[in-house]
Write a protein that binds this ligand. Structure first.
Ligand SMILES: *Cc1c(COP(=O)(O)O)cnc(C)c1O
Length: 466
């Protein structure tokens, strides 16, 4: 039934009506008033166009309409998603999910004052690095440690402290770019250091480094080529040999390890990455690595190594600008503590649990969820369970894929379309589902779908707009 402008209730009457009580409590008077004004204006325009239905004028209908809008407006910008992209440590999705122990530690640190820079034994000012330094030394065998915002910051700080206006020798095979925004030559320039490239892309020898050392040399640097592999006719100098050369010529040797595993991951069936302990044991003077790559912790950059060099790094004013906050330190300490029990690590450290999920378990999950997904996407698409390969991500171990399982979704008809629309509908769900489009297929890799999240995953298909 058509309705006219005269049937539209007044703002004041609506604000006093029980139908608006719930949104008023949740969003406050200002927000509800603003939403009502906009909605009532829209209703007036509809009435004038002769397109207003009387049912739209019920107080409940008005309340429902503005509540939906207010929910959309108040939805957080940073939201939990389902990462079904197949990349476990996805930089754009926040890399490593944190283990429960870290989440609890962060919550505690946020709720109450903490001894962030206060030494409780001495009763005086302390150093925030000390909160995690003990664990870091224990787990890496290094003499000293300092923590900054991320590994890019760690490299910048190290170079700026030890090599400002001086030269750093790096092999041509290691001038890497990570994720487009971190390139070794650019970081060198920002730090005020002069890059001296030696060797060739595929082969660098001890003599290449030795011949380049001069009066202006501040450091020999090794960069772990974490996101690509050079194979074939190759040669690089073993770290032991490089460290030996550095000691002989009194030039510090720094290693940017990137991922920086604290344990040999081959014991968990993953490919072997060099560990921080290995690099220290091989004689590196300083090692830098990320907190949120294979380590499985919060975003952070760590420098470990010789106490005299770390002490100089900590005195650089840039350290103050790059320092981490209490939440990062709370999470990092909790994650590092898990490494004291390597036997239980796979079960407790979320990133490791996802990386080592058995393929059969993922395949069984796919079989379990298949009817729900088929029902959700409807007859326009075929959904088939399919083997696929996950990647570790974050530039770690790029050549090693992890056998996984999931769904391959394709248009049901040979000339059917709409795959991009389906992909976007999945992204619009309350907890967005992110897959990967390729080969006219939408791939959903289930490796990162925790079994405890299956209920939420399935329940929200009711919201899928076909
Ligand atoms: C990832 C990486 C970086 C950058 O680390 P962030 O923690 O992302 O800042 C630097 N160097 C190497 C070798 C890396 O792999």
């Amino acid at each position: 039934m058509r309705a006219g402008v005269e049937g539209i209730p007044s703002l004041d009457r609506l604000l006093r009506d029980d139908a608006l009580a719930a949104p008023l409590t949740q969003f406050g008077r200002d927000e509800v008033t603003r939403a009502l004004r906009v909605h009532l204006n829209a209703l007036r325009e509809q009435a004038q166009a002769g397109a207003l239905d009387a049912a739209q004028l019920a107080n409940n209908a008005i309340a429902a309409a503005i509540t939906a809008g207010l929910h959309r407006r108040h939805r957080a910008n940073l939201r939990a998603v389902f990462n079904l992209t197949g990349t476990v440590l996805h930089t754009n999705l926040g890399r490593s999910p944190l283990p429960e122990a870290a989440i609890e530690a962060v919550a505690r640190a946020m709720r109450a004052p903490v001894n962030l820079e206060f030494n409780l034994d001495a009763g005086k000012r302390g150093d925030r690095d000390d909160l995690v330094a003990g664990l870091l030394l224990e787990l890496t065998g290094a003499e000293a440690a300092t923590v900054v915002n991320n590994n890019a910051a760690a490299v910048l700080l190290l170079l700026n402290t030890l090599a400002n206006r001086r030269e750093v020798i790096v092999s041509r095979g290691e001038l890497v770019e990570i994720g487009g925004s971190f390139r070794i030559p650019d970081v060198m320039r920002s730090a005020g250091a002069k890059l001296v490239e030696v060797g060739t892309t595929n082969r660098t020898h001890r003599a290449d480094y030795a011949n380049a050392i001069g009066a202006r040399t501040a450091m020999l640097m090794r960069v772990h080529t974490s996101n690509y592999a050079i194979s074939g006719f190759t040669h690089s100098v073993a770290l032991e040999e490089l460290a030996h050369l550095g000691r002989e010529r009194a030039v510090p040797v720094a290693v940017d390890l990137g991922s920086g595993s604290l344990l040999d991951l081959s014991q968990f069936g993953l490919p072997r990455e060099p560990t921080v302990r290995d690099a220290i044991a091989a004689g590196a003077d300083l090692v830098t690595f990320s907190g949120d790559k294979l380590l499985g912790g919060p975003q952070a950059g760590i420098v470990v190594g010789r106490a005299d060099l770390i002490s100089r790094i900590k005195k650089n004013p840039l350290k103050r600008a790059l320092r981490v906050d209490k939440m990062t330190l709370a999470a990092f300490e909790a994650v590092l503590a898990l490494y004291r029990a390597p036997d239980a690590l796979r079960e407790r450290l979320t990133a490791l649990r996802l990386l080592t999920r058995p393929t059969q378990a993922i395949a069984a999950q796919a079989a379990r969820l298949l009817p729900n997904l088929r029902n959700a996407v409807g007859a326009a698409f075929s959904v088939e369970p399919a083997p696929m390969s996950s990647q570790i991500g974050s530039g770690a171990l790029p050549v090693d894929a992890l056998p996984s399982h999931g769904f391959a979704i394709r248009p049901a008809a040979a000339k059917g379309g709409g795959l991009a629309r389906l992909e976007s509908a999945l992204r619009a769900l309350p907890r967005p589902v992110l897959g990967r489009l390729g080969d006219k297929t939408l791939w959903l890799d289930l490796r990162c779908l925790d079994e405890s999240d299956e209920g939420e995953f399935v329940a929200q298909f009711a919201h899928l707009v076909r």
